[in-house]
Design a protein around this ligand. Structure first.
Ligand code: ADP
Length: 189
């Protein structure tokens, strides 16, 4: 059976960092929607050409485009009988969460946990200003934090109601956060 971990948290909460560490340590397939989009932008694919204006203004790429990409990933991936996937950057909206629920049901995937990295805004802003990616300039960071509050934060309640949400203090150092997550994952396994 294929099982999935979802990472939730604001921009700069460390989802990508922790997902890479988990994938190295425990063999998860790390799917970063942001990395995948940036690669498409670089290659000027159809998706990349459509996505770039959204990314560059700190908005979310439209749900239908993102859902299509994630669905086709899982359709290919479930041909593996066994497999572990970390979804980093999906879902970020309620329609995306509903689409994922449908994918999980239809492809008989196990949603093993939803990890929420809780980080203070002050810490987020300081991390993103150091990272220096094109969409990390101050006004875009503010846009992305607002988009996160409006569209993604409601998902915390959605997954909490399903009893699968696990909250982690993401203000600590990457290694401390990683050991906390590792303990949670081991309990699951
Ligand atoms: P961060 O978590 O720091 O915002 P990401 O690499 O996860 O960085 O995302 C970068 C950008 O890619 C987002 O601001 C958004 O425009 C786009 N993006 C990523 N994931 C999604 C998604 N699930 N739905 C829509 N847009 C997305």
């Amino acid at each position: 059976m294929v099982s999935v971990i979802i990472f939730l948290g604001s921009p700069g909460s460390g989802k990508g960092t922790q997902a890479s560490k988990l994938s190295d340590a425990f063999g998860y397939e790390h799917i970063s929607i942001g990395d995948m989009l940036r690669k498409n932008v670089e290659e000027k694919s159809d998706l990349g050409l459509k996505a770039s204006e959204y990314i560059d203004s700190g908005r979310l790429v439209p749900d239908d485009l993102i859902i299509k990409v994630v669905s086709s990933f899982f359709e290919d991936f479930v041909s593996n009988i066994e497999g572990k996937v970390i979804l980093d950057g999906f879902p970020r909206t309620e329609p995306q969460a509903l689409a994922l629920e449908k994918i999980i049901r239809e492809l008989r995937i196990n949603l093993s946990s939803v990890l929420y990295l809780d980080v203070d805004d002050k810490e987020v802003i300081s991390r993103l200003s150091e990272r220096g990616r094109k969409d990390d300039e101050p006004q875009l960071v503010i846009n992305r934090l607002n988009v996160y509050r409006d569209q993604t934060e409601p998902l915390l309640k959605y997954y909490n109601n399903q009893g699968v949400l696990k909250e982690i203090d993401g203000n600590k150092s990457p290694d401390l956060v990683f050991s906390e997550i590792s303990e949670l994952i081991k309990v699951e396994a």
